[in-house]
Design a protein around this ligand. Structure first.
Ligand code: HEM
Length: 418
């Protein structure tokens, strides 16, 4: 979901404002926090050499720039590809590109406002609140399946299936399809990695074509027999006569499955790790709904699942004395902003009782995560059931993060309970 854009290097950066950290270096992505602490202490706005663009690590700037209309996730509504040096679309990934064309994440106002308004109703808190019992039921069923086992990989066995089934059912796709949907989704998101090969691109395109064909069939079924699900809602919702096209519905359904899955899985893994490593009494952290909310917010703050998002400057402009040209990319460091000592007391301490305010793990501004209410409920219920059922849960193997810096999540989390 978080494509990192590499841009042409900018010359003339004062050396003291330039910093180096290789995103593909295991020592860095296993623990990026010492680098963040150094930048907070020296220059929270700095030129990140490996990415070749300016980045912002402090909470105030990240929060403000996410809301700043001078910047956008897309640039092609105000500039041509040639003007900003973007490559032409590749003919062998047209199916993939079509699924991206109407993605909320690739649109800016007014196209974004229209699509988001039409989709948003399904995600407001009072709608997703109704899903709490189903999420608890899923968590219980999975833990029932641990009977007789000594240890499990919590990512694969617990964290991954819950959000996949919940979003599939919400859209109106059968839970049994969840593994296939994840297969398509995982193959498609490889397009956001570094140095993507042609093979990978072809495979991602095949996955996009298969996923699209499947959704077209489901759309045809819903047109014949509408149901109480998000797919039907997207097909029939209308605002002053304006309705979504099939391509828009397909893009949105795929985005919801892709975006709605990975970050929630990673937050579950990172959160369970933070709680177990803190040595705090895990059950008491979910003892009341209010405390469960606070605990989940602290999990999101302390070890965010998505660390870096980019924006384009939509015009020639300046931030903190840094001159930016139209089309320049900036990096907004969510994971670093959440650890800003100027914003959070004892920022490097996991403290689920803290009351010092909101984090930026779900972003801010017009692209603020549409699934935040759903993700929060999934995390509160799934982790609550986990610690209620397995109060002696412990980590049995040193956890390791996966090798993609901006998706900050564990490869596996081996836990035992005996
Ligand atoms: C802990 C879990 C999650 C985290 C940390 C997270 C984080 C984010 C962030 C940071 C953004 C904004 C990106 C930007 O500004 O460039 C975003 C956008 C989005 N998220 Fe999430 N997300 C999570 C779960 C979900 C879920 C469960 C869904 C849907 C079921 C979802 C759907 C979306 C969509 C559709 C967008 C694009 C919104 C727009 O552009 O208007 N996310 N998410």
């Amino acid at each position: 979901m978080a494509a990192i854009t590499q841009v042409k290097p900018i010359t003339g950066v004062p050396p003291h404002l330039s910093a180096s950290a290789a995103p593909q270096d295991p020592a860095f992505y296993q623990n990026p926090y010492p680098f963040y602490a150094r930048q907070h202490a020296s220059h929270p706005a700095f030129f990140w050499e490996e990415y070749g663009h300016w980045c912002f690590a402090d909470f105030k700037s990240v929060s403000a720039l996410l809301r700043d209309k001078r910047f956008g996730r897309d640039i092609l509504h105000v500039a041509s590809r040639e003007e900003v040096g973007l490559p032409e679309p590749k003919p062998h990934v047209t199916d993939f590109d079509l699924t991206e064309k109407f993605s909320l994440l690739n649109l800016e106002a007014p196209a974004h406002t229209r699509l988001r308004t039409l989709v948003n109703r399904a995600f407001v808190s009072r709608q997703v609140e109704q899903l709490r019992p189903r999420i608890r039921q899923l968590a219980h069923e999975i833990i029932d399946g641990f009977e007789g086992a000594e240890s499990v990989d919590l990512i694969k066995a617990f964290a991954a299936p819950i959000p996949a089934i919940v979003i599939a059912e919400m859209i109106g796709l059968p839970a049994e399809m969840a593994p296939q949907l994840l297969n398509w989704s995982n193959r498609m998101v490889t397009m956001y990695m570094y140095n993507v090969t042609r093979e990978t691109e072809l495979d991602a395109n095949r996955a996009a074509a298969e996923f699209t064909a499947y959704l077209r069939d489901m759309i045809a079924e819903r047109r014949k027999a509408p149901r109480e699900d998000l797919l039907t809602h997207m097909l029939t919702t209308d605002r002053d006569g304006d309705v979504l096209s099939d391509d828009e519905v397909i893009s949105t359904a795929i985005l919801l499955l892709n975006a709605g899955h990975e970050a929630t899985v990673h937050t579950t893994g990172n959160g369970v790790k933070s709680i177990l490593e803190s040595g705090l009494d895990s059950q008491s952290l979910f003892a009341t709904p209010e405390q469960a909310e606070r605990t989940v917010e602290e999990c999101l703050r302390f070890d965010a699942p998505l660390h870096l998002f980019t924006r384009y400057a939509l015009m020639d402009t300046e931030v903190d004395g840094i001159a930016l040209r139209k089309g320049d990319v900036i990096g907004l460091m969510l994971g670093a902003a959440n650890r800003d000592p100027a914003r959070f007391a004892h920022a490097d301490r996991f403290d689920p009782f803290r009351t010092d305010g909101a984090n930026v793990s779900f972003g801010a501004g017009i692209h603020f995560c549409i699934g935040a209410p759903l993700a929060r409920i999934e995390l509160q219920e799934a982790m609550g059931v986990l610690f209620e059922r397995l109060p002696t849960l412990r980590i049995v193997e040193p956890p390791r993060y996966g090798n993609v810096y901006h998706f900050h999540g564990l490869e596996r989390l081996m836990v035992g309970w005996r």
